[in-house]
Write a protein that binds this ligand. Structure first.
Ligand SMILES: *Cc1c(COP(=O)(O)O)cnc(C)c1O
Length: 504
């Protein structure tokens, strides 16, 4: 079912009015040498053809709005339409980031509230909203750990400990900040190997980066003991809070002893994400880390805002404002700025509205249903004969099944199942991550799915397994209903070429 490309629909001289540059466009400001000699190769199609082209492409997206999307560690939950509608109010949408503080009090109040809500939810002493992704939040967090040790004149701490189950961004972040990473093994139950941890800590330990519940989907039961071991050695605890779904309103990283945390608001606090952004990776810190937070932060004004022209958005009218940006004058030890202005305002406002809609009870409900759905799905798959990676453990918001046995017996791989699931109308779970479980599927149903959908997903996995036993070649040929079949992943990554070359 190969459709003609938009270029192949092209007919010389045909045009869609909206695609044409304005008739009076004046390019004289562009130096002659920099102007192109030949016009760009553009498809010449009618407006309706162009509309159909883009609409067709948009329908090829596998999205949470159309399909179940159990992509472990990514939290593809429903993004309530109400949050989007409110975030699109002209008062939010048209606000200029350089608007004076006196004209931005409503927005600043929302951001201040969001900081307070996140402090409350995580048990941390301070929150900065400025990082624009989880990975950037990690960068900010480890930069604060480095700043903390440096401020104490402790330059011997050159190592960050990272459990082998960690998200790839953890060791990457530590390395970017100039640290050596040391891997801590996981035991057979999915917990951190305490003896290995004891042996690894010392005066060279800057900190440990932990996810709890881990990306294995299990809650680290001895977190207090781990915190004690690392703190006693003078190290700090970093919490990768990309997914707070399982603990929201139940357990707080601050109470577990963490010093720094990042939260992916685009995951837990439900803003549309995927395909690389936009995101928001707010960071939270304990009391002793407060001076190092990235700026700007929204603070309560104790005095009238500075005059216009003085720093970011100085108050123009001099009227008393209740909220103001805190910057390098307020936090001279800050690790600095990470984004233009103050982060992804649109994502932050959606997260704020979502949090306010849920309230305290709603947050607990998120954790309860996220955990219930994951455990229901896990138990259903176990009962149908699938192998759990950690059969003795309760699931958090996600869990892992391993196809090691199916791979050995009939050559059925995690990739095969992921591809065939597309034909059944399901997005694939995360595959081959975490790295330490062979042929794994990391499944996160999220709290917004209904039981019928979860049951259909189980049926699909059972059906694929049966198909594979009958005819493994057929399953290895999947998907059959998508615009493309199996791609050469390595070539796509290393030699990506998406230019259109006209046939000679
Ligand atoms: C998603 C995720 C990250 C990275 O977040 P980005 O916003 O994609 O940069 C880090 N750690 C964990 C556990 C995650 O699930």
């Amino acid at each position: 079912m190969s459709e003609p490309l938009i270029f192949e629909r092209s007919s010389p001289g045909r045009s869609a009015y909206a695609q044409r540059p304005a008739a009076a466009a004046d390019f004289s400001a562009i130096p002659e040498a920099l102007r192109r000699k030949t016009p760009p190769l553009m498809p010449e199609v009618s407006e309706l053809q162009a509309v159909r082209h883009y609409t067709r492409l948009s329908k090829r997206n596998f999205s949470i709005d159309t399909h179940f999307y159990p992509l472990g560690s990514c939290t593809m939950k429903y993004n309530p339409r109400a949050c989007n509608t409110l975030a699109m109010l002209p008062e939010f949408l048209a606000r200029h980031p350089l608007a004076p503080m006196s004209h931005s009090q409503g927005f600043l109040a929302c951001m201040y509230d969001l900081q307070e809500i996140l402090k409350d939810v995580t048990g941390m002493a301070g929150v900065s909203l400025t990082p624009m992704a989880g990975a950037q939040g990690e960068f900010a967090g480890v930069a604060m750990i480095r700043a903390y040790h440096r401020a104490r004149g402790d330059s011997a701490r050159t190592e960050i400990l990272v459990p082998d189950a960690a998200h790839g961004t953890n060791p990457a972040t530590a390395t970017m900040m100039g640290y050596t990473t040391r891997e801590i093994p996981t035991n057979s139950e999915g917990d951190v190997d305490i003896e290995a941890l004891r042996a690894a800590v010392g005066p060279h330990t800057a900190g440990i980066m932990l996810t709890n519940p881990s990306t294995l989907g299990v809650f680290e039961r001895r977190i207090k003991q781990i915190a004690g071991i690392v703190h006693d050695a003078g190290g700090l605890l970093y919490y990768d809070g990309a997914n707070l779904n399982a603990i929201l309103g139940k357990v707080r990283p601050g109470d577990m002893g963490f010093d720094v945390i990042h939260m992916n608001l685009h995951k837990t606090f439900s803003t549309p994400h995927g395909g690389g952004g936009p995101g928001a990776g707010a960071v939270g810190v304990s009391q002793r880390m407060l001076p190092f937070m990235p700026i700007p932060i929204v603070g309560k004004a104790t005095s009238p805002p500075p005059l216009a022209g003085e720093g970011q958005g100085g108050g123009a009218s001099g009227e008393a404002a209740s909220f103001r940006w805190l910057d390098e004058r307020d936090l001279p030890q800050s690790i600095g700025r990470l984004s233009t202005f103050m982060g992804n305002a649109g994502v932050l406002i959606r997260a704020y509205i979502y949090a306010r809609m849920l309230g305290r009870d709603g947050m607990q409900r998120v954790a309860e249903y996220a955990t219930l759905n994951a455990n229901y799905l896990m138990a259903s798959l176990r009962d149908k004969g699938f192998d759990l990676a950690f059969p003795g453990r309760r699931a958090s918001h996600e869990f892992i099944i391993t196809l090691k046995r199916q791979k050995q017996q009939i050559e059925l791989s995690a990739t095969d199942v992921a591809k065939r699931l597309l034909d059944y109308g399901f997005h694939a779970p995360t595959v081959y991550f975490p790295l330490l479980v062979p042929e794994c599927l990391l499944i996160e149903p999220t709290e917004t799915e209904d039981k019928q959908t979860l049951d259909l997903f189980v049926d699909a996995l059972v059906a694929i397994w049966a198909e594979a036993r009958r005819d493994i070649k057929y399953v290895k040929g999947a998907p059959y209903t998508m615009p493309v079949r199996r791609l050469d992943d390595v070539r796509a990554a290393r030699q990506l070429d998406i230019r259109y070359q006209p046939k000679p």
